[in-house]
Write a protein that binds this ligand. Structure first.
Ligand SMILES: [Zn+2]
Length: 285
């Protein structure tokens, strides 16, 4: 699943390609993709809107148009790609590629922004444009972005004090801090020296400072490296990141050793999510 760095890079690609481009026709063939409006209305409203600003909150993309805010969440496998023409869309392999394209945004210059999603879990939301976009209904349970400089360790500490759940689950639920998924959560807790099983309410302010510092350091490094490519996550015209080569614990094979102390890493499940950690470097509190 794309996390903040991967979504950031998708956004950079879209901004590079779509700044001030005009949508002349929108077609959505998987109605659930249009999450908050009837699909006909969703598509009609997009006509003659231009892409103006490109923003991100956690794992959500926000594409600001003339009068509307278009929000997209890629979930597991959603991808945007831009083709030169509708003729190019029609030449895609019908079984491998074309059938997974569920939205087409035809642009005035002939190009087509395609949304492809093999799992169909991704969603899009359309709202009247607002200055106060972080307050849109879709962001009701989404906290500040992990890279938002106004987010402090004190805020995290205060929110975690009431939560008797493993810190990894706390990081994944997006309410206190948005943008971290399963891969980066393991790496952040490893570098912060905190067991993913430690309860969120057992951590002190210094622990949260380490978690926040490591979060920002890892996410920024991953953005610079184009994100992490495991399984099939690529964006745009097949761009792939390389941060997977920097992962210390997440996704390691059975018997793999901690790069710091050489202890065998533990693989377990926390709240259903595969989790890797070092039992020596990451003591439970
Ligand atoms: Zn270790």
């Amino acid at each position: 699943m794309p996390e903040a760095p991967e979504v950031h890079n998708v956004l950079t690609y879209l901004k590079d390609q779509l700044q001030d481009a005009e949508i002349v026709k929108a077609t959505i063939t998987h109605p659930k993709l249009a999450a908050n409006l009837p699909v006909e209305e969703f598509c009609r409203d997009l006509e003659h809107q231009h892409f103006r600003e490109f923003k991100r909150l956690g794992k959500y993309l926000l594409l600001e148009l003339d009068d509307l805010d278009l929000v997209a969440h890629l979930r597991m496998e959603g991808k945007f790609l831009i083709l030169d023409s509708m003729a190019d869309v029609e030449t895609l392999d019908p079984l491998k590629d074309r059938k997974h394209i569920h939205a087409l945004f035809e642009l005035s210059d002939g190009r087509v922004l395609c949304y492809k999603d093999t799992r169909k879990f991704g969603r899009m939301y359309l709202y009247p444009k607002t200055e106060n976009w972080q307050s849109l209904p879709v962001f009701k349970n989404v906290g500040k972005d992990a890279l938002d400089p106004t987010l402090t360790e004190t805020e995290l500490y205060e929110k975690a004090r009431k939560r008797k759940i493993p810190v990894k689950t706390f990081l994944l639920d997006q309410k206190a801090m948005a943008g971290i998924g399963n891969i980066y959560a393991d790496e952040i807790l490893y570098r912060a020296g905190i067991s993913p099983l430690t309860l969120a309410n057992a951590l002190d302010l210094a622990d949260w400072k380490r978690i926040l510092d490591e979060t920002r350091s890892i996410l920024n490094q991953a953005i610079e490296m184009g994100g992490t490519t495991i399984r099939s996550f690529t964006y745009g015209d097949g761009h792939a990141g390389s941060f997977q080569n920097k992962l210390a614990v997440h996704g390691k094979e059975d018997g793999a050793k901690c790069p710091h102390c050489n202890q065998t890493l533990v693989q377990t499940r926390i709240n259903g999510r595969s989790t890797w950690y070092c039992p020596d470097c990451q003591k439970e509190k």
